[in-house]
Write a protein that binds this ligand. Structure first.
Ligand SMILES: C[S@@+](CC[C@H](N)C(=O)[O-])C[C@H]1O[C@@H](n2cnc3c(N)ncnc32)[C@H](O)[C@@H]1O
Length: 201
């Protein structure tokens, strides 16, 4: 498996802190501060730095397709009880929370839908999908920032998209509804909590 984040992994957190002034980590923290019992599945968790204080003793699985990111995550999340996996999420597990931090924007729609098929089978009935990512806003400034980020990632990580997925539509098609959200940068960075839409209120 190619390691698309090999060059970025050692500097990823530093660069993103400089660029987003902490908004990325605040969004991750907000999504993870909601209480839950049981296991978590983290997919595309990167170097694990933003999660290190949030997953103490937490059980579940951590999936990464980048060997370099996974190596760093194992170190930064050594106080968790997660099992670490290199490759695509396999889906043979049930968890209360599936956490997707800044990964959905990197996937073409077909890969995203393939991943959601596995995730849907893995979320417990009362469980949640927690997404933290860039969302389209209609702002020209955000469009410029997004284009810059996409160009940067196309050069350094073989990024395969030129736009953002329509997360809400895709997740609605999969039977999920957004039940809570908080946004930063006037809606450009959002943390959203999704639950099965056919649950009783
Ligand atoms: C933009 S980075 C975000 C890293 C981290 N979540 C953060 O916010 O700092 C996307 C991460 O997702 C990983 N990734 C991409 N596709 C993946 C997949 N199908 N399964 C697991 N990880 C994946 C990449 O290797 C990379 O580390």
């Amino acid at each position: 498996m190619s390691d698309n984040y090999r060059r970025l992994a050692p500097v990823y957190t530093t660069l993103s802190r400089l660029f987003f002034w902490g908004a990325r980590e605040q969004a991750i923290r907000w999504a993870m501060d909601r209480k839950f019992e049981g296991k978590i599945i983290v997919i595309g968790g990167g170097d694990g730095i933003a999660l290190s204080s949030l997953l103490h003793n937490r059980e579940g699985e951590f999936w990464e397709t980048s060997q370099s990111m996974l190596h760093l995550a194992k170190h930064h999340l050594r106080q968790s009880k997660l099992s670490f996996h290199l490759g695509q999420f396999e889906g043979n597990v049930k968890a209360e929370v599936v956490f997707l931090p800044f990964i959905l924007d990197t996937l073409p729609d077909s890969d995203l839908e393939e991943l959601l098929i596995k995730i849907k089978k893995s979320v417990l009935e009362n469980g949640e999908i927690r997404v933290v990512d860039f969302y389209p806003t209609g702002s020209v400034f955000h469009r410029l920032v997004l284009n810059l980020l996409i160009k940067f990632h196309q050069i350094f990580t073989s990024h395969r998209r030129s736009d953002l997925p329509d997360y809400d539509r895709i997740l609605t098609d999969f039977g999920f509804v957004c039940v809570a959200k908080k946004c930063w940068w006037k809606g450009f960075i959002c943390a959203k909590i999704y639950r099965f839409s056919d649950l009783e209120p």
